[in-house]
Design a protein around this ligand. Structure first.
Ligand code: C6P
Length: 404
């Protein structure tokens, strides 16, 4: 059996999504901006995908949803354009975000700091959640934007987006949320929360990679990041990625239409897995499961390095991660675990397991049994090393076992 438990990194494209995309590669390949029938014949399917996206997010007609290459682009767009519109060409100089955002936010903020923008990185509590009063206390009259992720890719913890939105509205500050890990996992209702901008990527909800979007409340002004042929009303130039937009429409519809029952089913499997793994000694899971996306577990196993676990799980045909996929090659400590107060040693022990609506009970059973075996094997290696001691060539082994 092989089991994929890294659905926060990316998901399988749903076969139903692949099917609706298929005709738009070699049969209906026209450019929707062309005036001939090859172009115009695409319009109904494109309109359908747009409607599916508006419905899934409960966006209002007055709002705009602009298709992008994904959340990295959407996040860059919001931050860089708020800088241009409100800092370079306005009287603000400050952006508020959190310590635990995805690199698509953090690296863009670093870039903006180099340009002279003041950025506040808010701390999170021991559960990995940013507290409302913390956000409130750092907003000044110079703040142009607050950017807080809806749910964490690493821990699954859900931030109080509704309350933060209210504060931003009250203070007249723009509010952006990275909604990548929320859509398809928890209800996202854009008429229930005050959010100016929301970023998303289709491949996190069983759509194709390289397509996503930016929701813009009330179609408010935001300088384009990509200039060119004025597609999407001039907001985002570049020929529309027709098959992927159509695929994303189907994917977001499938991911959100039965959200309550999907959540309940994933949650039941996740909780069963989590309960079983917590039977192991010296383990803990980050964050209250009731305030977490129902598919995610970030578990720490004392004395067992994350990379060692991944290697053993991989040998057992199980795909998991130590955290964000884009940071998994650097072997650094998990930055989110450091942010919640873990020491360096503990922050090297995190394993992220993320399920999907395709995860089965048989897969969960298999993972429970393999995981427990892996912990026993790795703890055995550590304890025999400890008994053996450094006098028997241990220093070399230590190097191999603890490569940090
Ligand atoms: N997180 C993870 O393993 P792109 O790559 O542009 O589709 O999405 C980037 C992105 C932005 N925000 C959040 C919260 C994300 O989780 C991601 C992607 C993956 O956690 C890959 S690094």
């Amino acid at each position: 059996m092989q089991v994929y438990l890294d659905n926060n990194a990316t998901t399988m494209c749903d076969p139903q999504v692949v099917e609706v995309m298929q005709p738009y590669f070699s049969e209906q390949y026209g450019n929707p901006n062309s005036l001939h029938k090859f172009g115009s014949s695409i319009h109904p399917a494109l309109m359908n995908a747009i409607n599916q996206t508006y419905t899934a997010l409960n966006a209002a007609d007055a709002d705009d949803i602009v298709f992008t290459s994904g959340a990295t682009e959407s996040n860059n767009w919001v931050l860089q354009s708020v800088w241009i519109d409100h800092i370079l060409n306005g009287d603000k100089n400050h952006i508020v975000t959190t310590e635990v955002e995805h690199p698509a936010i953090l690296a863009t903020c670093k870039f903006l700091e180099d340009q002279g923008v003041k950025v506040t990185y808010l701390p999170v509590n021991h559960e990995g959640v940013v507290e409302v009063h913390t956000v409130k206390s750092f907003i000044t009259e110079k703040t142009a934007l607050v950017s807080v992720m809806w749910a964490s890719n690493e821990t699954g913890m859900i931030n109080p987006i509704k309350e933060i939105g209210e504060i931003c509205k009250e203070k007249g500050v723009l509010f952006h949320t990275d909604g990548v890990q929320a859509i398809g996992k928890i209800p996202v209702d854009l008429q229930d929360v005050h959010v100016d901008f929301l970023s998303f990527s289709a491949h996190k909800f069983h759509g194709p990679k390289g397509i996503g979007g930016l929701y813009i409340k009330d179609s408010q002004a935001l300088s384009p990041l990509l200039h060119g042929g004025s597609q999407m009303g001039g907001r985002r130039s570049g020929t529309l990625n027709v098959p992927y937009i159509i695929g994303m429409g189907k994917a977001i519809e499938l991911a959100t239409q039965n959200i309550q029952s999907t959540m309940a089913s994933i949650r039941a499997k996740r909780d069963r897995l989590e309960d079983a793994l917590l039977e192991l000694s010296d383990t803990f899971v980050v964050g209250d499961r009731n305030n977490r996306t129902p598919n995610t577990i970030l578990i720490s196993i004392k004395g067992v390095e994350g990379e060692g676990m991944l290697w053993d799980l991989n040998n057992g045909q199980i795909g998991a991660s130590t955290g964000s996929a884009c940071a998994s090659e650097d072997l650094e400590a998990n930055t989110v675990m450091l942010a919640i107060g873990a020491d360096n040693e503990l922050a090297h022990t995190g394993i992220r397991l993320s399920l999907s609506r395709f995860t089965t009970d048989a897969e969960v059973d298999y993972v429970i049994s393999h995981f427990k075996g892996a912990v026993a094997r790795l703890r055995n290696i550590s304890s025999s090393f400890a008994k053996q001691g450094p006098s028997k060539g241990g220093e070399v082994q230590e190097c191999e076992l603890h490569h940090h």
